[in-house]
Unconditional design. Structure first.
Length: 416
């Protein structure tokens, strides 16, 4: 008797919680807010104590000065009075008692006002000195507190140069900056794994896709080389060979597009003038067959980059300029020069009128003018996409502008 299979059990629930554990006393965590509050509160308290002490000393000195006797009696018999601070009472024997009291009051007010003015001026000087010291000390302490941000910024710049192996690994208290650095390190770890997987996929796809296409091309060429093959079979073989060649171009373009999206790590001096000349030499035969004249002056413009990828930019632009041209009296102008500290490659041509609102669509993969997908024998629709990716990988950019009368002006700008 057959036994009834047991129903499948539910998979166990994951025990790992991706959220960070909460500390037992979160209010005791040394956050940046608490540290800055304690730092600047302590600085304010110290500055207040110093300023209060200085004012107290100055006030004590002012009180001592204000309590100095205004006059002294030098002769007890005839009551002679003399004063250095109040000259009006030196001749007290010749003035009335009312005038004497008025002179004494005036001298007291004058002495009090002088003590207050002296206290105010010295207090302002003390405040100015403490302000300078406080700003200098605050600047130094703020730099110390915010120094981890500089470390994070330097690591981010290194990562922007395709060095995904860099990590911040910030030490110190468990505050917001350390949390930010740890989160950034986790993100870099995931990005590195993603880029490694992408590179592995590109390498495997390069082998798996090229090999069958190469085998198909070889078999087709062998059958086409048979002189006894029927005409219909030869025509079918030529059609299949053209289709296979188109598939090879598509695979090469996709692989190059995937590789060129990354930054260029190994850079060497490359002259754009030489790259443009090589591209023109490769397209001269096709241009002559279509009646298109290629002209232009290539001035030296040396950049740091990958010569093969830069040559692909120039070749794609020149090929597009030749293929998408007018039937008669067409021309293509290719120039290179240095402008404002950047190397510039400009490819302009005659051709159909291109609306300005359709220019951006030309850089999308498999897009052409007024068509959503490719459908002609002029290419696979990846030329401008590859050119844009390669330019970005070199830290530059490419732009297109419709030309009056038809055609485009393609401008590639690369840093020197």
């Amino acid at each position: 008797m057959a036994t009834t299979p047991a129903p499948p059990q539910a998979p166990p629930k994951p025990t790992w919680d991706p959220r960070r554990p909460e500390p037992p006393f979160p209010w005791l965590r040394p956050t940046i807010r608490i540290r800055l509050t304690l730092l600047y509160g302590g600085m304010f308290l110290i500055a207040g104590i110093l300023l209060l002490s200085i004012i107290y000393l100055l006030a004590a000195q002012a009180v001592n000065t204000g309590n100095a006797p205004l006059f002294k009696i030098v002769d007890g018999d005839s009551i002679k009075v003399t004063s250095d601070n109040c000259p009006a009472v030196n001749n007290a024997s010749n003035i009335s008692l009312t005038a004497f009291n008025a002179a004494i009051s005036e001298c007291i007010d004058h002495q009090r006002q002088g003590a207050l003015d002296n206290l105010l001026s010295r207090s302002l000087l003390a405040l100015l000195g403490l302000a300078i010291i406080a700003f200098a000390f605050g600047y130094a302490m703020a730099g110390r507190v915010l120094s981890p941000l500089g470390r994070i910024t330097r690591t981010a710049r290194a990562v922007a140069g395709s060095d995904l192996s860099r990590r911040i690994e910030l030490d110190g208290p468990d505050d917001e900056l350390k949390e930010l650095a740890d989160t950034f390190d986790e993100m870099l770890e995931r990005l590195q794994r993603a880029f490694t997987a992408q590179q592995r996929f590109v390498g495997n796809a390069s082998h798996e896709l090229r090999t069958p296409l190469a085998i198909n091309r070889t078999l087709l060429e062998v059958h086409l080389s048979d002189p006894g093959a029927p005409m219909e079979l030869q025509q079918l073989g030529k059609t299949l060979l053209a289709t296979n060649e188109r598939s090879e171009q598509l695979v090469e373009g996709l692989l190059l597009l995937a590789r060129s999206d990354n930054q260029i790590v190994e850079r060497k001096p490359v002259d754009l003038a030489e790259v443009a000349e090589q591209a023109v030499d490769q397209v001269n035969g096709e241009a002559a067959a279509k009646g298109v004249v290629i002209r232009g002056e290539q001035k030296p413009a040396v950049v740091q980059g990958n010569g093969v990828l830069l040559e692909r930019i120039a070749l794609n632009l020149v090929q597009n300029a030749v293929r998408y041209n007018v039937p008669e009296d067409g021309w293509v102008e290719v120039t290179t020069e240095v402008q404002h500290g950047h190397a510039v490659l400009v490819v302009s041509n005659t051709g159909p009128v291109v609306p300005a609102y359709e220019v951006d669509n030309l850089f999308e993969p498999f897009r052409r003018l007024r068509t959503e997908r490719t459908g002609s024998d002029k290419g696979v629709g990846l030329g401008l996409s590859i050119a844009r990716s390669v330019a970005r990988a070199h830290g530059g950019h490419i732009s297109a502008q419709p030309r009056e009368g038809g055609g485009l002006v393609m401008r590639v700008t690369l840093p020197i």
